[in-house]
Design a protein around this ligand. Structure first.
Ligand code: FES
Length: 102
């Protein structure tokens, strides 16, 4: 079963097992990781934004159109930003590291 590693601003790491196909947001919630997401995956609130660790940047597939548009609209998004509700866990992403917002 793949795992996702969530890193808090203070450097605390939390590893959570994930079902293949689950969103990173649902993995966070299942693991008790605090991550906003008021729109529950509708790609409008931006509250679930995470930063993909640089070591994983090349392995994570690019955002699809709607997610990319939502990220473009966010004034403080970076090239490593992703919406956790849209980012799906795959076997290839086993061990994915994402950084949580402050
Ligand atoms: S939950 Fe709102 S954009 Fe992801």
């Amino acid at each position: 079963m793949p795992k996702v590693v969530f890193v808090s601003k203070d450097g605390t790491r939390q590893e959570v097992e994930a079902a293949t196909g689950a969103s990173v947001l649902s993995v966070a919630r299942a693991g008790g990781v605090r991550l906003a997401g008021a729109c529950m995956g509708a790609l409008v609130c931006g509250g679930c934004r995470v930063e993909v660790d640089p070591a994983w940047k090349e392995r994570v597939p690019p955002p699809e159109t709607q997610e990319a548009a939502a990220l473009e609209a966010a004034w403080d998004a970076t090239p490593d930003s992703r919406l956790a509700c849209a980012l799906k866990v795959t076997e290839a992403l086993d061990g994915l590291v994402v950084h949580l917002p402050g």
